[in-house]
Design a protein around this ligand. Structure first.
Ligand code: ADP
Length: 627
């Protein structure tokens, strides 16, 4: 995961969690406050209904009083004078606010029964409505008290089978009660009045919780719908006994949601039943949904803004880091001109500045080194060309001296006293020619002009050739030269003459740096360091003075000598016999031209203990079937 995601991801997760929690909390708060408002409104509507009932009662009593106190009414009732009762009541009834007007005598017989029809005028109904048997009328009449307080009840009028809310007061003649006047308002009218004052739909419940009527959505007189609104007898009893209005359950009707509260329908101390006030839930649900959607939108916008800001911040932090990474990669790839370009004053800025300064210094040093290297290479070229020129220049006169000295040697038979002088001349010129040839070899190697002529070569044969060359020296120095498993080596793909030269120098060194009586061994084996690429490993070991580890690399450089020049013995194969320091450089040049490598292992230089040296040569084996 890239560092950008590592920075942004936790930040994004946190924002998401905060946003979701925020939306949840805010919408919950809104929903809670909305439903609280609804409950309050319901309770308020309930109180308005209760007040409305009380007002209706007052109206009833006013109407009843007007009738009861009409002059002659008491006497007419007392005398069961239907004609007079009707004659007195009917003219004034039309102007009174009532829908059912009944006058009963003390025995409970109806003397007048007026019902307001759909045309809003009173009609006298001939039949008996049985008002005298209604419990509250009966109580009033049975009491026989002219001063009795009004009684009230909810009953069905058998003449038109409609529910009415009634109030009854006594009618008296003097102190004697002679009957009662009952004033009623139909439930439908009452409900619609209560609805308009309470601003909520209203339902009335009668005995055992049966819904008697409702204003809910035009369902007033649908009995099936009323059944669905009815409540259980238990709940009805609970409602009757409760002091206050209690919020009830939510329900659906016609696909709309409603909330409801119920309360006891009481007027004075009379328990008339129970009522329910109903408010639609739509506005809670819709405003809840609207506010939720609004908050989700707001939080989404806020989240996008937060993510954007987060992205920008992460860019601010990470871009300098990316720049650092890119620059360091470019520098690791060798481009020292690259700089981070970060200019901030924070820790990353400091790091980038330090990094740029370091790169700057590295660039300067590299330039200095390149300059020095260039000068060194120039000098090396001059040295090589000097060697080359001098070697070439020396070679011709040397060949002449060699030729003449050999001629001189052949002429010394006449004068034997001159023989050692001539022999010295021959040996000296041979030696000089050797050095000059070595110098030419080195210049060829340096100028990459050494091109091996490959052939199949048996190492044991080459070593045997070199052994023959050094036969006298070995004898003289009492050195033992042995070979080990060289004849087991498969043939090499190499230039036989160059390989001879390499062995010549290595064996010559072994002879030179091993004290008299020492041992030299040349062993061979096949190794396979890289699978599928077998190599021949030839080791020339001696029991000589050894080489200090810090010189192990340097001895292969041209003109490099570990010993002091003045200590070198003069003979070519003498112990510690000096040389120009070219042998190992030639060996390395030849081995590398063959695609091999050469190195030395030795515990160190010690001219008392003679720890010895081991020169390793690894050369690729000839491929099977190759020439
Ligand atoms: P030189 O002509 O001096 O022998 P070389 O290049 O052959 O030059 O060797 C470089 C130096 O390495 C020698 O001067 C010598 O000090 C050291 N050296 C080479 N071979 C051996 C060896 N077998 N044992 C100890 N020292 C060695």
């Amino acid at each position: 995961m890239s560092i950008r995601f590592k920075v942004i991801l936790p930040y994004l997760l946190l924002t998401l969690i905060v946003a979701i929690t925020g939306v949840y909390v805010v919408t919950k708060l809104v929903a809670d406050s909305l439903s609280e408002r609804l409950t309050n409104q319901l309770l308020e509507s309930g109180r308005v209904v209760s007040d409305g009932m009380a007002r209706q009662e007052i109206k009833h009593i006013e109407v009843a009083r007007i009738i009861a106190f009409t002059r002659g009414m008491g006497e007419a009732l007392q005398n069961d004078d239907r004609g007079t009762v009707a004659g007195l009541a009917k003219p004034i009834a039309g102007g009174l606010d009532a829908e059912n007007l009944i006058l009963v005598n003390l025995q409970g017989q109806e003397l007048l029964h007026l019902i307001k029809g759909p045309d809003r005028t009173f009609q006298e109904t001939p039949g008996q409505g049985g008002a005298g048997n209604w419990p509250f009328v009966k109580t009033l009449l049975d009491g026989g008290d002219a001063q009795s307080l009004p009684q009230r009840g909810m009953d069905i009028n058998p003449l038109n089978h409609r529910y009415y809310y009634y109030s009854a007061i006594p009618v008296a003649v003097g102190d004697e009660m002679v009957g009662a006047v009952v004033v009623g308002t139909s439930l439908d009218t009452l409900l619609s009045v209560l609805k308009s004052t309470s601003l909520a739909d209203v339902t009335f419940y009668g005995e055992n919780g049966a819904a008697l009527g409702t204003t809910l959505a035009g369902q007033e007189n649908d009995p099936a719908f009323l059944v669905t609104l009815s409540i259980s007898p238990n709940l009805y009893r609970e409602t009757l006994n409760s002091e206050n209005i209690v919020s009830g359950e939510n329900f659906t009707a016609d696909g709309r949601w409603y909330s409801l509260a119920r309360g006891p329908l009481r007027v004075s101390n009379d328990q008339l039943g129970a009522f329910g006030v109903i408010l639609p839930l739509d506005f809670v649900v819709t405003s809840g949904a609207i506010s939720r959607n609004t908050y989700i939108f707001l939080f989404a916008v806020a989240m996008i803004a937060v993510i954007l800001v987060g992205y920008l911040i992460s860019r601010l932090i990470i871009n300098p880091l990316y720049s650092l990474v890119r620059t360091s990669q470019a520098i690791a790839g060798g481009d020292l001109t690259q700089r981070t370009g970060v200019r901030s004053r924070d820790e990353i800025g400091t790091l980038a500045n330090t990094f740029d300064e370091m790169t700057g210094r590295l660039q300067e040093r590299t330039a200095e080194l390149e300059r020095a290297n260039h000068i060194l290479a120039q000098m090396d070229r001059t040295k090589v060309s000097f060697i080359s020129v001098s070697a070439h220049e020396l070679r011709t006169p040397l060949t002449l001296i060699q030729g003449y000295s050999q001629m001189l040697l052949s002429k010394t038979e006449q004068d034997p006293s001159l023989k050692p002088l001539a022999r010295g001349l021959v040996d000296g010129s041979d030696r000089m020619l050797d050095v000059v040839n070595n110098m030419l070899d080195v210049t060829r190697i340096d100028s990459k002009l050494l091109k091996p002529l490959f052939d199949k070569v048996q190492v044991d044969e080459i070593v045997a050739r070199a052994q023959t060359t050094f036969e006298d020296a070995l004898k003289e120095r009492k050195l033992t030269l042995s070979t080990d498993q060289l004849d087991q080596l498969p043939p090499l793909h190499a230039d036989p003459d160059l390989l001879y030269k390499a062995f010549y120098h290595l064996m010559m060194n072994a002879i030179k740096y091993t004290p008299d009586g020492g041992r030299i061994t040349v062993s061979g084996r096949v190794v396979e360091e890289t699978p599928g690429k077998p190599e021949a490993e030839v080791v020339i070991s001696d029991t000589g003075i050894g080489i200090d580890p810090e010189h192990h690399e340097l001895v292969f450089e041209k003109f490099y000598q570990t010993g002091e020049l003045k200590l070198h013995s003069s003979g070519r194969t003498k112990f510690k016999g000096g040389g120009p320091g070219l042998g190992l450089a030639i060996v390395r040049g030849i081995v590398e031209a063959h695609g091999g490598r050469v190195w030395v292992e030795s515990p160190g230089h010690d001219e008392e203990k003679y720890p010895g040296s081991r020169f390793f040569m690894r050369l690729p084996l000839a491929k099977a079937g190759a020439a």
